[in-house]
Design a protein around this ligand. Structure first.
Ligand code: ADP
Ligand code: MG
Length: 238
């Protein structure tokens, strides 16, 4: 069953067509990576999934519901960005609690959700710090923790590791894969980095110039690229 389904999604900014007739089904519980060069429309596609932007035409379904036109809060999705977007004046604990307060969750339930996320991400000793007192990797863990506490049915990641150094990026890739195994939640991960796509994805979606070039398992794309672009992009040495 497709947990997330995009049907004939188009997005225009003025005369520029940034997404052109995107059809994509994403299976429940899968880890899908959308990869493509800078400016190809990845963030726009993810923002449309999240409800932060609306398609010019086409429909979005999540968990079998037509969510086109629905607010982000109604979609049971959580999005993690590359710039963390933590509130600088709040402690880690309050950053994580903030999205839950607006969901009318009780104090005890909020505390339990934060403890569980902190344990999963090993940030229990950081809960009373402010974002400025954290390293880049710790901040990104907190941003992921803030997504986990909402118990979303779909996680969306937009280049979450691109501000981290290479060693930490490698470590976080492994941790995100572990997180996926642990939670079993549908994850859609956007990157321009082919290595990240090849190592993390169960299924890769190659986007180029607002069009889907190919969708398939990493090795399928590597051995049987459907287009010249995919052959060059996935086969390209790093
Ligand atoms: P990616 O994330 O793959 O780098 P984006 O989705 O951010 O690409 O952008 C795709 C294209 O759409 C780019 O050419 C960008 O300039 C354009 N674009 C994105 N958002 C807007 C906007 N709000 N107004 C006008 N053009 C936009
Ligand atoms: Mg982007």
């Amino acid at each position: 069953m497709a947990d997330v389904s995009l049907s004939d999604i188009t997005r225009r900014f003025g005369a520029t067509e940034v997404l052109r007739g995107i059809d994509l089904d994403i299976a429940d519980g899968s880890f899908t990576v959308i990869v493509g060069p800078s400016g190809c429309g990845k963030s726009t596609l993810l923002r449309i999934l999240a409800g932060l932007d609306a398609p010019s035409s086409g429909r979005v379904h999540i968990g079998g519901r037509d969510v086109t036109g629905m607010e982000p809060a109604e979609r049971r999705i959580a999005m993690v960005f590359q710039n963390y977007s933590l509130y600088p004046h709040m402690s880690v604990r309050d950053n994580m609690a903030f999205p839950l307060r607006s969901l009318r969750m009780g104090r005890a339930a909020i505390a339990a959700a934060i403890d569980r996320a902190a344990e999963i991400l090993r940030i229990g000793d950081l809960l009373d710090r402010k974002p400025a007192q954290l390293s880049g990797g710790q901040r990104q863990r907190v941003a992921i923790g803030r997504a986990i506490v909402r118990d979303p049915s779909v996680f969306l990641f937009d280049e979450p590791l691109s501000n981290l150094d290479a060693a930490l990026r490698g470590q976080m890739r492994v941790e995100l894969a572990e997180l996926h195994r642990m939670l079993g939640t549908t994850m859609v991960y956007v990157t321009h980095d082919q290595v990240e796509a090849m190592t993390m994805a169960e299924r890769i979606v190659v986007l180029n110039g607002g069009c889907l070039e190919q969708v398939g398992a990493p090795m399928e794309l590597y051995h049987r690229p459907a287009t010249r672009f995919v052959a060059g992009f996935i086969g390209q040495p790093q």
